[in-house]
Ligand binder design. Sequence first.
Ligand code: RVP
Length: 501
Amino acid sequence: MAFYFSEASHTFGEYLLVPGYSSADCVPANVSLATPLVKFKKGEKPKITMNIPMTSAIMQAVSDDKMAIALAKEGGVSFIYGSQSIAEEAAMVARVKTYKSGFVNSDSNIKPTTTLAEILALKDSTGHSTMAVTEDGTPTGKLLGIVTSRDYRVTRMTEDTKAEVFMTPFSKLVHADAHTTLPEANDLIWKHKLNMLPLIDKNQRLRYMVFRKDYTDNKENELEIIDDKKRYIVGAGINTRDYAERVPALLRAGADVLCIDSSEGFSEWQRTTLQYIHETFGEDVKVGAGNVVDRAGFRFLAEAGADFIKVGIGGGSICITRETKGIGRGQATALIDVIKARDEYYEETGVYIPVCSDGGIVHDFHMTLALAMGADFMMLGRYFSRFDESPTDKVRINGTYLKEYWGEGSNRARNWQRYDLGGDKKLSFEEGVDSYVPYAGSLKDNINITLSKLRSTMCNCGALTLPNFRRDAKLTLVSSTSIVEGGSHDVILKDKFSSRD
Ligand code: RVP
């Protein structure tokens, strides 16, 4: 006879936290959200610690190099999507690792012969008014001058006027050597009252631009996570088919951590992949695995050598696996079960394997509940897809700005490796949808709000660190009537679009 779990499976929305005692030092400013990304032995430190408990999903619509840089600046880690060629994925990783905060690679470049009409069109498409005039029009060509919107007057000049007529020529530019540090560049910007300082090499070729407007941004990333060479930390998704080629390419590009991206991880393919990577490249190469939804799945991946384990099947916002295949488990119940297994494993072996709650976060408080239930961090798709930094298009429909967001199991992504059960190399049926999400602005602004809610709730529960939060949290299941009581009720809302995030 089949096995039946004694308890129904629940989602985050069915739980609430009951506050605990808060002492006077229990204020949001004292809260640390530091959390391990990869496994470690009792008494030792993990190889990678994040400063916030957030990773961005291994998805085409979520995690590219731009997202990875923005999230690393705030203290979390992106996993670059693996459903692209090995060369393209490695190039994205390399772009994160070579990125220098505050040093911008010029994206608006023109030649001396570029006309005013072309300059105006370029400004419209990039949104940037500062343009480098280089000999060959490339971002690293010989710098001959700069054009900004202060150099031309559209009403007084004909559209065929060439840049060389009105640009600020190189002879009049304040510039600096390519090896200038950020503080030195900022000093020059202040001293000469510049908006932008070009950095050039010994052959006068443009290397970077440092902007005055970025000055505050460069100073504000207290939680950023960097490696020992001061480069941003980045993760990358892999699959259980082409790992022998993909993994070395990603490691060469500088990936700090890998994750097997699969809808269901309790499989021989995951064990083979983990063992191959650890035997070939050593235990120092860190690889997460998943997804699982119960104790048995956790034990299996722990014993196979996973460096962190992801929990969640069918709870993703774009995921239709439960409807299509009838597999999965309520995210909260799955997480609680796996957390018990993690703690048991730690007791037995002295090895702590971080657990990631992947998918199904709808409101900010769901993250707080996942952490209270014991998750070390979350992986989020929909949440990040709404921001400026996600790779997808922003579209305006009926006066509202939306961003596109599609599942890796949708026909659009065609990430068959994620659902691979050893058969044909194709997606036999869809397990994800193609959708829109409301556009929400910048990652930084949104994360700040989310994390301030999290810190505030932790203080209500008397916890200043995540380990203490999960140790002391008191959680209660709520009835459907008390869920109604939890929202505004029995009043007529003035603003029917009030946000509940
Ligand atoms: P969400 O944050 O709820 O949007 O969920 C994101 C998660 O959904 C991903 O991290 C992944 O585990 C899962 N996913 C991605 N694609 C699909 C699909 O097409 N079914 N599911």
